[in-house]
Each structure stands twice: as C-alpha cells, then as structure tokens.
Write a protein that binds this ligand. Structure first.
Ligand code: TYD
Ligand code: MG
Length: 452
C-alpha cells in the first residue's frame, strides 16, 4: 500500500510546512495552517506523456521574437470584450471572482450561449436541468453550448478530448478535484493541482479556459494567492445585490489594461450590457432637491456621470454619525474637516450621510467636489441647479485641484445636456467653443459663493 503523505498548508497564502505551527511565517495569520493529504503524483499533467517530451527552450534575440498579436476570440459581449482588452486570448486562463449570488454563473453562461463556437460549460455546482432552466431565461436557442456536470478533472479532460471544444468554462474551481491529490475539493492543494492541470491543457491546446472562483468573507478569491499568480487574467464581478447594476473589473490582465470597466444590469432575462451608463445612473428628477450633486467621473477610459446625495442634519443622539455608501468614509471625514476649517461651516455637531446612487463605488478623486457641493447644499437646504455638474479634487487647504483627462469629462457632460461644469482653475483645458459653460474655481469659497 502506498504510504499516505500529508503536508501542512496555510489556508490563507498557500505556504507549505512540514509540521503544524500556530502562525504562518509568510502571511503572519494565526490558525490558518491545516493538514492536507497529498500523494505525490507520478505524472500530474492532463494527458499522460506530453510533458515528458517538452523541448527545452533556447534564448532568442528580442528582435527575433514573433510579436504578432495573440489570437483573440470575440465573445460577442461588448462589455466583456472591453474588460478583457478585446476578446479572449487563445490558450489563456481567466478567473472570475465575486460574491455568492452576484451573477458569475449567469454571466459566463450568458457568454457561452452567445458564442457561435463550440463551448463546454462544466458545472460542479448545479445540475444540467438547473442550468437548462437558467439558459431558458437568458437565451433559449443556442446549439453550440454543451453542459457537463462533473467535478473530477480527469473525467472532464476525457470529455474534452471527445468533444474538442473551442472554449471551456468551469463553474467553479473550488468544486474540482483531481485524482493526483488526496485532500478534499476546495483545499489549497486541490485548487493548485486542478489549476495546474487546466493551465497545461489550455497552453497545449490553445483553448481558452474561464474559471469561476469563490471569494472569502474579506473579498479575496478563496484559495491560495498563488491561484491569482497562475492565471493570466483575474476579473472581479461586483455590485450591490440589492441594486440592479453589476460591474466587471479586471484586477490583473496579462493581455490588456486593468483600467477598463464593464457595466451590466441584472434583469429577469439575464444581464443586459449597459453601454450608456451615465444616462441611467442619474435619476431624472423634475424638481431640484437639496443635497444632490452630479460628479463627472472617469472609470478606466470611460466617463461616468454619477449622482451624489448627502443628508446633513443636527445630531440628536450624542456623537454625530458619519456614514458613507459607495465612498470612502475617511475621505468624507477629511472633506468635512476642510469645510469646517476653510469655509467656516459648523459641521462638527451634525450627522452626515452620504450615498452614491446606483450601488456603485468609484475611487476617482474627481468626485470630491460633488461630495462637497452636495454636503453644502443639504446643510444650507438650497438645491443645486440640476444641470450643474462637478469634476475636481479637493485638497486639505481647501484648494480645488485639477484632475486628469478633463476634456473627456467636459464632453460627456455636454453630451448629456448639462449647462455648467465646475472644474479646477489649474486644469489645462484645450477645448474651445463648448456649448457647456466651464466654470473655473480655485478654492472652496468660490464654490460656496455659487451655491449659497
Ligand atoms: P448566479 O449567477 O447564480 O450567481 P453566482 O454564480 O455569482 O453565485 O446569480 C444568481 C442571481 O441572479 C439570483 O439571485 C437570481 C438572479 N438572476 C436574475 O435576476 N435574472 C436572471 O435571468 C438570472 C439567470 C438570475
Ligand atoms: Mg454560481
């Protein structure tokens, strides 16, 4: 009988230890080291002999390396293509992470139903019937998509060999298990092994593989960090489950930029691509309300107009409350301090609530000015004209700071029919003859003068 081999793995970072210890030396987490059964595989590749005859590589002069563009498969989904950098690169591994129920399975099933190529959707989580029911909601007539419910990688590869698909989707990597490793599915060594097998398969056959990954409670992809190093692209699907908007971001992309953003709307019949996000994110109001301001932000290359709402009221219960949804709470405190110190507003005894509508989180500093404007508007109970918008960062001394790519923001605001955009005086603007009025301001007092 083969000797049973065990090793200890840190469940947080994947570091391997010969014996148990309380704290991981690598990531300093406590109680994350767990014993896992392993059996040294005689061969751990997806098909038996290929790796044995792999040629040793030789150095090449950089000028001689073929740099013709990688072949990309069009996914027929504008937002998905944009985030991937123009389609799926053949032989690449893409990992899609996200909270449970956010729509990862829906997104990839929808993509596979749209593809005109032969696709294999492997699910370890749902039955074929369940997937069929979901597919019927999304797009019932597709004849190229095969569904397989299987969790053992060796069986999956057997089916892949028989079917020869152009693209493989795995839902999810945490449910897979390989015969070469003894520990249970979802453990560090299983995830590592299954991913290695899938990478070998993808690179040797030039078939792209899309993986779904679960995330842990602190938002990281479950399993070893090494998983993210192994794959070519890491995408994150996020959004507020109570809102309909979902955002797809690239956290790592070996074949494109990580600035791009895809926006979807969850509907009864799957995810709808949102190609004009600004128009949807701004609630169309007839009446002007105090505490609302529109920010001209930029996510990646894409201008995005979003609405900021603030509510400032006298604190009734002791310590004033500060709460921010979709905006960094520390940054909110900083802006409140700036308003207090530089513009003389007594906000120290007030409750301040801030909300970015649509359940969206942006980390563009240009949103600062809209936040300040909405707080002032609510505090003074004067409404801003609803065709005003804002794009500037606010500094600690109350100065209005320039932001990048201001022209793009101005043009987007103009396109959406805003009459005035407030920007920093220090922004160099090359635009001429714009319909929209570009109001240059240099300090917070200038803004106060306009609002009150
Ligand atoms: P799902 O893709 O199962 O999430 P994940 O794989 O990330 O766990 O998404 C499930 C949610 O999406 C579920 O709450 C129902 C909703 N949904 C719709 O609103 N419309 C649809 O057409 C589909 C298929 C799902
Ligand atoms: Mg799922």
């Amino acid at each position: 009988m083969a000797k049973v081999k065990t090793t200890f793995f840190c469940q947080n970072c994947g570091t391997q230890y010969a014996k148990w210890q309380g704290q991981c030396n690598a990531c300093k987490e406590w109680n994350t080291i767990v014993e896992e059964l392993i059996q040294k595989p005689e061969k751990s590749d997806w098909k038996t002999p290929t790796s044995a005859v792999k040629k040793a590589s030789v150095p090449l002069l950089i000028n001689e390396i073929d740099s013709s563009k990688e072949a990309r498969l069009d996914t027929f989904d504008g937002e998905f293509n944009r985030v991937l950098g123009g389609g799926i690169v053949s032989g690449s591994l893409t990992l899609l992470g996200g909270e449970p129920g956010i729509g990862k399975s829906t997104l990839l099933l929808q993509v596979s139903l749209k593809l005109p190529y032969r696709t294999l959707y492997v699910s370890g989580e749902e039955s074929q019937k369940q997937i069929k029911m979901r597919a019927e909601r999304i797009n019932p007539n597709n004849s190229n998509c095969y569904i397989l419910t299987e969790t053992k990688t060796q069986n999956i590869f057997k089916q892949i060999e028989a079917l020869n698909p152009d693209i493989v989707i795995i839902d999810s990597i945490q449910t897979l298990h390989s015969d070469y490793v003894e520990s249970s599915a979802g453990s560090i060594s299983q995830i590592k092994e299954c991913t290695t097998e899938l990478i070998k398969f993808a690179k040797e056959t030039a078939t792209p593989v899309l993986l779904i990954g679960h995330i842990t409670k602190d938002g990281n992809i479950a399993g070893p960090k090494i998983l993210e190093h192994m794959v070519d692209t890491v995408l994150q699907f996020e959004g507020d489950r109570n809102h309909v908007f979902r955002i797809l971001r690239a956290h790592k992309n070996r074949f494109g930029s990580t600035n791009e953003l895809g926006i979807y709307e969850m509907q009864g019949s799957g995810l709808r691509e949102v190609s004009n996000p600004s128009e949807i994110l701004i609630s169309k109001k007839d009446k002007e309300l105090s505490g609302n301001a529109i920010a001209a932000t930029l996510e990646g290359m894409r201008p995005l107009m979003i609405e900021v709402q603030a509510l400032v009221s006298t604190a009734v219960y002791g310590t004033p409350q500060r709460s921010a949804t979709g905006f960094n709470a520390k940054r909110l405190n900083m802006l409140l301090a700036v308003l207090e110190k530089r513009a003389g507003f007594r906000l120290g005894a007030k409750d301040v609530f801030l909300n970015i509508t649509g359940g969206i989180t942006v980390d563009d500093p240009a949103i600062d000015l809209a936040v300040v404007a909405s707080i002032l508007s609510s505090n003074e109970d004067v409404s801003l004209q609803n065709d005003y918008c804002f794009a500037a960062e606010v500094g600690l001394s109350g100065e209005i700071r320039p932001v990048q790519r201001i022209e793009q923001r101005i043009l987007e605001a103009e396109k959406l029919g805003f009459s005035t955009i407030f920007v920093s005086k220090y922004n160099k603007i090359a635009l001429k003859n714009t319909l929209i009025k570009v109001q240059l301001i240099s300090k917070i007092e200038d803004l106060v003068a306009f609002i009150i």
